[in-house]
Each structure stands twice: as structure tokens, then as C-alpha cells.
Design a protein around this ligand. Structure first.
Ligand code: HEM
Length: 148
């Protein structure tokens, strides 16, 4: 019981960290940025990456660790499968800005770098998908979407 509560807590705070780091990235992004500003974005993106790993680890443990409901309760739920699919899509989308920030942070810190529009849109799309997941999670926790 105590472990389940801890896992849920980790699951939630890492979701907060994911959303807040994506919002911070969007607020700091401008059509052109100095390399030192991109370095800061790369650091925020590192927090995002760490939070993704924690949400995944806590989610996997809640799913397969036998702490609460049986694993089939989730595995055989269509909304849970969609939730995992969306999580995967967000992870794949995030590779693009992560690689961009990582590469462009190097060099003269005062040099200006053009930020492609696609970086803005990718992060906006990640956030949009991340907002859908809690709804699916709430429904699946109530057994809605269970395939018998
Ligand atoms: C951005 C990614 C994610 C978000 C926003 C998210 C959101 C949530 C939320 C809001 C809940 C609480 C549901 C409730 O009690 O009403 C939850 C529970 C859960 N999540 Fe996630 N989740 C994410 C990723 C994952 C991943 C990757 C996994 C599995 C690998 C996972 C597995 C679970 C499980 C097993 C529960 C327990 C549901 C229950 O209470 O029965 N989650 N998630």
C-alpha cells in the first residue's frame, strides 16, 4: 500500500515536471536565440527527459509490479493501450527539439541561431497530447475501456 502511494506520488510529480518543462520551453523560445539561451533550454529539456523516465518507471511499476490492481486490468484496457501509444508518440516527437537544442547550444554563446517554426509546433503538439493522457488514465482507472 505504502509503495503504491509512493509510486502514484512519483507518477504525479513527474507529470507536473513534464508539463512545466514543456511550458517553460515554449515561453523561452523565440524566433532567434543566442547559443547561451539554447544551453538553458537544453538544461530544461534534460529535466523533461529525466521526468519522462520517472513517469515511465513509476507507471511500469504500477502496471506490472503487483502493488494494486492486477496487470491485466490495464493490459486489457483499450484506453490504457491508447495512453501508452500517446506516451510513445510524445517521446518520439521530443527527439527533434532535444537533438536541436543539444547540437545548437555549442559554439559562441552570443551568436544568434534561427529557431525553425517546426520546433515550436512540435512542443505544442507534445503538450496537447500530454493533456489528453490524464483523461484516458482517469477513465481506465475506473475500468472504462476494459476489453473482456
Ligand atoms: C505523460 C505520461 C503520463 C500521464 C500524464 C499519466 C497520467 C496518469 C494519471 C492522471 C493517473 C491517475 C489515474 C487515476 O487514478 O484516476 C495515472 C495512473 C496510472 N498510470 Fe499513468 N500517466 C502517464 C504515463 C504512464 C505510463 C508510461 C504508464 C505505464 C507504462 C502509466 C501507467 C499508469 C498506471 C498503471 C496507473 C494506475 C491507474 C489506477 O489507478 O488504476 N502511465 N497516470
Amino acid at each position: 500500500m505504502a509503495i503504491e502511494i509512493l509510486l502514484r506520488y512519483l507518477h504525479f510529480i513527474s507529470i507536473f515536471a513534464i508539463v512545466s518543462s514543456l511550458v517553460a520551453e515554449l515561453l523561452l523560445l523565440k524566433p532567434s536565440l543566442k547559443r547561451k539561451e539554447i544551453e538553458r533550454l537544453a538544461k530544461i529539456d534534460g529535466i523533461y527527459g529525466f521526468a519522462v523516465l520517472v513517469v515511465l518507471a513509476a507507471g511500469m511499476s504500477l502496471w506490472l509490479g503487483g502493488h494494486g490492481k492486477p496487470a491485466e486490468f490495464y493490459s486489457e484496457n483499450a484506453l490504457f493501450q491508447i495512453k501508452l501509444g500517446l506516451f510513445l508518440v510524445i517521446g518520439l516527437l521530443s527527439i527533434y527539439p532535444t537533438v536541436f537544442f543539444f547540437k545548437k547550444r555549442k559554439g559562441d554563446p552570443t551568436e544568434l541561431v534561427e529557431i525553425p517554426n517546426s520546433i515550436f509546433w512540435t512542443i505544442r503538439l507534445e503538450l496537447l497530447l500530454a493533456f489528453i493522457i490524464p483523461l484516458l488514465a482517469g477513465l481506465m482507472a475506473k475500468g472504462i475501456g476494459y476489453l473482456d
